[in-house]
Design a binder for this molecule. Structure first.
Ligand code: TRP
Length: 445
């Protein structure tokens, strides 16, 4: 309940799916997935990623949505309401992860502004890949500009969260997500027809399983949670606005499939081009931002398409960032009875300040034990907090809250779910063991 008024709900089932997919599809798919795949050696990582998404990710997503829909509260409040005790800490950990992820996410979100502007104004005439790399390097080390754009991004996020669920979040996702999808398809055609693209396709599609180390497993798990927006109560929060008669297994499946599709498509744009232009697939966070301008430079009307693409990437980033701020804000709204306005503005401001070290670290001057501040924040959130959050959520529904979860997932028995028994066992045994094992064997700074 927000201040005695009836709690807001999504306008429709489609509204929820698009908003949840809007949360899931973001920089994680188009910026993070390609560069992590590049660092982790390509196809074998991708296969592992797919398995983790559809076995563990899907199960945890249903668990989160069911907790949220039952409790109709934020991540912390939901755990308190359905069980209480130490489980509330899982919600807390989620809110903390939200602060960290959004802090650096907004920095990358700010990059998209620069690239929209530079594309449309023709400043970024990146003919050869080397030029695109120089351009990118020059841009990210200009901290004043990067922070200004990060601020602009945060202001936009706050503005949408401020407007509330149906009016803000839902409206924007409905129109712009399909556009992004179509543009990706066009880009794939351009990328795979570049001269020398085959090597990229091989890197992306021919697995070399000798590359699978513990570190690669953890990276795949972290990427799965990050990309699906899992492990920090985001889907609990979004599930809390979901109507009681929507099918949770169906909605969760659609979100998982959409999210995965976008990531895989992004890879088909990036890797053929990376190899065609002789770039280094393991070059890190700049990969997408260096590769894409080179692809666009090979297209008629490239500046226009480039601008359009980064505009849609911005929107994808925005809908994800909104969900991160929503997790944090919903806590202050539900638990501390803050107004939505106060929560969004105050938390937005704090998260902006928290992100400044990440922005500054791009100059290479702010490292924590050898990792740049941004990379370190990402690592702690994605490879530690999210997997642990997912582990506890799985344990919770697998062992403690099983009957209630079953009821919620089948809409009190009205909508039977054929995989309910495997789902319970995945939450009970498979996910906890897999996450626990991957976490302890792969954790390497
Ligand atoms: N999934 C988003 C992306 O791929 C990022 C994101 C939004 C997220 N909400 C989240 C990540 C919650 C982890 C948890 O860009």
């Amino acid at each position: 309940m927000t201040n005695g008024v009836e709690r807001e709900q999504w306008g429709s089932k489609l509204g929820f799916i698009l908003a949840a997919a809007g949360s899931a599809v973001g920089l994680g798919n188009i910026w993070r997935f390609p560069y992590i795949t590049g660092q982790m050696g390509g196809a074998a990582f991708v296969i592992l990623y797919l398995i983790l998404v559809f076995v563990i990710g899907y199960a945890v997503m249903m668990a989160e949505i069911s907790i949220g829909r039952k409790a109709e509260l934020n991540a912390v409040g939901s755990f308190r309401k359905v069980k209480g005790g130490p489980w509330v800490l899982v919600g807390w950990m989620g809110v903390a992860a939200g602060f960290i992820i959004l802090s650096f996410y907004a920095v990358i979100g700010g990059w998209t502004f620069k690239y929209i502007f530079a594309s449309f104004t023709g400043l970024m005439q990146a003919g050869a890949a080397g030029e695109a790399g120089d351009y990118f390097g020059g841009f990210i080390t200009n901290t004043t500009q990067v922070v200004a754009l990060q601020a602009l991004f945060m202001v936009t996020v706050v503005w949408v969260v401020y407007k509330g669920i149906g009016e803000g979040i839902e409206k924007y996702c409905k129109i712009l997500m399909p556009a992004l999808f179509i543009l990706l398809l066009v880009l794939i055609v351009r990328s795979v027809t570049l001269e020398g693209a085959e090597a990229g396709l091989a890197f992306y599609m021919q697995p070399d399983f000798s590359k699978l180390t513990g570190e690669v497993f953890l990276a795949a798990l972290g990427q799965a949670f990050f990309s699906l927006s899992l492990g920090m109560g985001c889907m609990i929060t979004y599930g809390s606005y979901l109507s009681k008669d929507t099918s949770i297994p169906g909605a969760a499946a659609q979100v998982c499939v959409l999210d995965t599709l976008v990531a895989i498509l992004a890879g088909f744009v990036i890797f053929p081009a990376v190899f065609a232009f002789g770039l280094e697939p393991a070059s890190g966070p700049g990969l997408t931002f260096v590769t894409l301008p080179s692809v666009f430079s090979q297209m008629p009307g490239g500046s226009f398409w480039s601008g359009l693409f980064f505009l849609l990437l911005f929107v994808a980033a925005l809908t994800s960032a909104i969900s991160l701020l929503e997790v944090v804000s919903a806590y202050f709204i539900d638990e501390l009875k803050w107004s939505r306005h106060k929560a969004a503005v105050t938390m937005g401001a704090i998260i902006f300040v928290l992100g400044i070290p990440s922005a500054y670290s791009l100059t290479g001057n702010l490292n924590i034990a050898g990792k740049g501040f941004l990379d370190a924040a990402d690592f702690v959130a994605s490879n530690v907090l999210l997997p642990l959050g997912g582990l506890f959520i799985a344990l919770f529904v697998g062992w403690i809250w099983t009957e209630e979860a079953r009821k919620e997932i089948t809409n009190q028995g009205e909508k039977p779910f054929g995989l309910i028994v495997p789902w319970v066992w995945i939450c009970r045994i498979v996910a906890p063991l897999a996450i626990g094992y991957i976490f302890f064997s792969g954790l390497k700074w």
